[in-house]
Design a binder for this molecule. Structure first.
Ligand code: FO1
Length: 324
């Protein structure tokens, strides 16, 4: 098995997602809908080589979340984790700033072994998802290498160096999605977007600059989304200038953007048919509507499973309204 082509005609929803925040909405869809009809496209700009292994943090966060084995507090990595390898390596003076747990490590080993034997990332991801009992289709946007590079005042850092090793502290001066424009979009994603079976494309509430742009920059994907017959709907990752998680607000400020859901809508204006915003931001709805984007106002917090399912159900009914 080396392709996901066979399933292509059956996807009703395609969700583009980064890690923790986006995975919450993906789980809402997974639980609320027939999971086999769900195509989840995970960011690979955060991928890197560490301890000689291929690490795909966002794909793994999505896989663990859908499989129900993610650590609920950290949001990444596995629940009931042990850290024997990391601690032992640390005692040896090895590199320990990126915390790979023992159970998690087995996934990176398996992925790296299979890729070393010539398998693609999409094939290995499907194999891992099967092993974890995930019934949705989780794919990388491309099998080519895309790496998010973070420009700071004195040097350029890889994403994980910036995010984990430097704890997002350096001031961000620019972002580069290395390899994105030359990368080939996974053919099944392109066909799914162009087909008429898809009922909605969802941009999850992930960081637009760190998590979704590395995907959208691939192979003319923005244009394909703009041309897709299915409505494209985003869920804003901001509530009144606050991000659910991570450095979204900090990065927006440092890049010179107003930290607002209106900025998020403007950022995606060329591809969006609709955006879901939080009730606390309802006063922005007029300005967003002026961009030609329809607005759905609700509580966008996803603190528990019920919230995730409710938000997914609302995104679905909003998309149906847009589609007419
Ligand atoms: N995030 C951290 O803040 N510290 C870590 O040590 C860390 C380890 C880690 C290991 C495996 C994995 O799949 C994710 C991990 N993450 C860690 C999260 C990772 O940096 C993600 O890229 C971010 O959550 C952004 O989506």
């Amino acid at each position: 098995m080396n392709s996901v082509d066979a399933d292509i005609a059956d996807y009703r929803y395609a969700i583009f997602s980064g890690g923790v925040g986006g995975a919450k909405l993906a789980l809402g869809f997974y639980l609320e809908q027939s999971s086999e009809e769900l195509l989840v496209i995970g960011n690979v700009g955060d991928d890197f080589n560490h301890w000689g292994l291929h690490i795909s943090p966002d794909l793994d966060t999505l896989m663990y979340t859908l499989a129900g084995v993610a650590d609920p507090d950290r949001g990444w990595g596995r629940a009931q984790e042990s850290w024997t390898v990391l601690d032992t390596l640390s005692d040896l003076g090895g590199i320990d700033w990126f915390r790979l747990g023992d159970r998690d490590l087995a996934v990176h080993l398996e992925r790296s072994v299979q890729m070393g034997e010539g398998e693609t990332l999409s094939t290995v991801t499907r194999h891992l998802c099967r092993a974890f009992g995930v019934t949705a289709t989780l794919v990388p946007p491309t099998n080519d290498e895309v790496r998010t590079m973070v420009g700071t005042a004195d040097r350029t850092l890889s994403f994980q160096e910036y995010f984990v090793r430097e704890r997002c502290e350096p001031l961000v001066t620019g972002l580069l999605y290395q390899g994105a424009s030359q990368a080939t979009l996974l053919p099944e994603i392109g066909r799914s977007l162009a087909g008429d079976r898809l009922e909605a494309v969802i941009l999850s509430p992930s960081n637009p600059y760190l998590s979704l742009d590395p995907i959208l920059e691939i192979d003319d994907l923005r244009r394909r989304l703009a041309a897709s017959p299915a409505p494209v709907v985003a869920v804003s990752p901001l509530i009144q200038s606050q991000a659910f998680k991570g450095p979204t607000a900090k990065i927006m400020m440092e890049l010179g953007f107003a930290v607002s859901t209106l900025t998020v809508a403007q950022h995606y204006a060329d591809i969006l048919d609709g955006i879901v915003i939080d009730s606390a931001d309802r006063e922005l709805s007029g300005a967003i509507a002026d961009l030609g984007i329809k607005v759905w106002i609700t509580d966008t917090n996803m603190g528990n499973e019920q919230d995730k399912r409710r938000l997914a159900a609302e995104v679905i009914s909003f998309s149906e309204t847009i589609a007419g």
